[in-house]
Design a protein around this ligand. Structure first.
Ligand code: HEM
Ligand code: SF4
Length: 551
């Protein structure tokens, strides 16, 4: 893992002190709420429906056991004993008290964490593939470049007041687990024919009220030019982004209105001015950063696979979990263990302090003290010996962290919705819970297979509904909660936006509607065909007919 140097630590510590004084002045009445608002937002402090909310950055989804323990400790001391993992590898505390926030931030700083740039019109927390460094299909560990981008973008003076927020995601693998095509900039590491390392650069994807799958503006950017090219994109956006209209201010609108080709020309022209200057990394710096991400010293673990086979044969519940939640690892004898934060009937993405402590302890014992956070609101132990998976699973079981549902219908993304969010039209969490309970039978979920269901409480799309195989969007109909259903979205390497299937449903009809859709799929799917592929093959008609009786 990357370890802060003095520059990183000083920056974070100074911000805590600065914010402490700003909070003092707010409480003393020296600052009005209006004056205080931009200051708190620069430190990740939002005002929700009932209370302040603090959004903590987990850069590229990597946490140490010590950091996760601290998050648990903070949840107990300053919140109500839990935290919420979000789709952008952040953790949200829903109930911190304003007067305690400076102390809370100081605690975070003591473990090299902060809430900088988790709000406001700046470059937000950079996200990456949660299997970085361990994925079998990886070209390069994307954390190296995510960390380089983190350092470049943190308090970057030119990009502190962009037209709107700006989100960057990086993946180093063929399978896109970081939703790079629906980010302001998505980077996919690849090698050219000569074996040189570089990136495909995608600009102008995004969700929200105008969802877009981003176009590729450069097929191959040699790695050494990464920062100057990003700087060129940001400069064009900073100058030309629609500051006149908040709803048109994201870079996706600029790319769309300008046309991807013309936008690319502008970026390339800007880049010509700054490439091969001090903006790019000096020699040796990439290697210095890469060294932090060297693989841990794996054991030989020669008999591990055999032991696992025996354990799987002896315990059907464990076998289900291995089948669904465990992924292949680069190193022989090791595995990646996914921890579902979606127990049947639970709140997607929530973890109690006890659960966080338990996962931290497991990481210390079995995963080189490392944990990852996924954009699908789950956790990962990235390096577990195959013959230790059984012990991990048994502990997970005693903390209700063992649900074997990764990628299945109950592994939903849901935004906070009306339970917390001041912008919501409708509730997301109770709906997610009811759907999960309706599909509680795991055999039924296995039979249905991969199905990504995503719920947002309003058009801002924090719950990624546009890219759900089934998406659910809360809308307001004369003060009542209604839900529009979209079908056929994907946030992965085959990214697409879902189509609205028909008139919205009131709250109490949504769970039945989802079940109707699933049954319709089961009736027409071909062998081993995912819900998404059936939809792509047959289109909306069979689903419309099932839902509305017409096509
Ligand atoms: C106080 C609570 C929140 C507020 C006020 C809020 C506000 C917003 C707004 C206004 C947008 C639309 C931005 C645009 O289109 O320009 C947005 C997008 C988004 N938010 Fe949230 N959000 C909140 C919580 C969350 C949570 C909990 C998550 C993760 C579960 C999240 C993840 C996202 C994502 C992924 C997007 C869409 C991606 C994109 O920016 O295009 N947000 N949010
Ligand atoms: S999608 Fe809407 S309701 Fe849900 S968290 Fe985002 S802003 Fe709030």
């Amino acid at each position: 893992m990357y370890i802060y140097d003095e520059i990183d630590q000083t920056m974070v510590d100074q911000r805590v002190n600065q914010f402490r004084d700003q909070v003092r002045r707010r409480i003393a009445g020296e600052l009005s709420e209006d004056e205080f608002k931009p200051l708190r937002l620069m430190n990740g402090v939002y005002l929700q429906l009932h209370a302040y909310m603090l959004r903590v950055a987990i850069p590229y989804g990597t946490l140490s056991a010590e950091q996760l323990r601290k998050l648990a400790w903070i949840a107990r001391k300053y919140d109500r004993g839990y935290g919420h993992f979000t789709t952008r590898q952040n953790l949200q505390y829903n109930w911190p008290k304003l007067e305690e926030l400076p102390d809370l931030l100081a605690e975070l700083a003591s473990v090299q964490m902060h809430a900088l740039q988790t709000s406001g019109n700046c470059i937000r927390n950079v996200t990456a593939d949660q299997f970085a460094g361990v994925a079998a299909d990886e070209v390069i560990d994307p954390r190296i470049h995510a960390e380089i981008i983190r350092q470049w973008s943190t308090l970057h003076p030119e990009f502190t007041f962009l037209p709107r927020k700006f989100k960057i995601a990086v993946t180093g693998a063929e399978t896109d687990r970081a939703a790079v095509k629906v980010h302001d900039i998505g980077l996919i590491a690849k090698r050219d024919v000569a074996g040189e390392l570089g990136f495909e650069v995608i600009v102008g994807g995004g969700l929200g009220r105008t969802p877009m799958v981003g176009p590729t503006i450069r097929d191959f950017l040699p790695e050494r030019h990464l920062l100057s090219y990003l700087e060129a994109v940001l400069r064009v956006y900073n100058q030309l982004g629609r500051r006149d209209n908040m709803y048109k201010a994201r870079v996706k609108i600029l790319v769309h209105e300008t046309g991807a080709e013309k936008f690319t020309e502008m970026v390339e022209r800007e880049w010509e001015q700054i490439r091969d200057t001090a903006v790019d990394l000096p020699a040796g710096e990439r290697e210095r950063i890469a060294a932090f991400f060297n693989p841990p010293l794996y054991d030989k673990a020669e008999d591990a696979a055999e032991t696992l086979t025996r354990q799987v044969a002896g315990d059907a519940d464990f076998a289900h979990w291995v089948e669904t939640n465990v992924a292949p690892h680069k190193a022989d004898g090791y595995a990646i263990a996914n921890i579902s934060l979606k127990p049947i009937g639970g709140v997607p993405g929530d973890a109690s302090a006890e659960q966080m402590d338990a996962v931290a302890a497991l990481a210390e014992r079995f995963s080189f003290s490392e944990i990852r956070v996924t954009h699908e609101q789950n956790l990962v132990l990235p390096h577990v010996r195959q013959d230790e998976l059984y012990a991990v699973w048994q502990t997970l079981k005693s903390y209700d962290l063992h649900t074997p549902n990764l990628g299945l219908v109950s592994d939903m993304i849901a935004c906070p919705g009306m339970d917390y969010c001041a912008l919501a039209n409708a509730r997301s969490i109770p709906l997610a819970q009811e759907i999960s309970e309706r599909f509680a039978d795991l055999d039924r979920q296995y039979d249905i297979g991969e199905l990504k269901l995503k719920i947002s409480g309003c058009i801002n799309a924090c719950g990624h509904h546009h890219v759900g195989h089934i998406g659910i969007l809360g809308v307001d109909r004369k003060g009542e909660e209604y839900y529009q259903i979209t079908l056929g979205g994907s946030g992965a390497e085959d990214a697409s936006l879902g189509d609205i299937v028909g008139p919205a449903f009131p709250y109490d009809k949504v769970v039945n509607a989802i079940e109707t859709l699933v049954d319709a799929y089961l009736g027409v799917r071909a062998d081993n065909e995912r819900f998404l592929d059936t939809y792509r093959r047959l289109g909306a008609d069979p689903f419309k007919e099932a839902l509305y009786g017409v096509n």
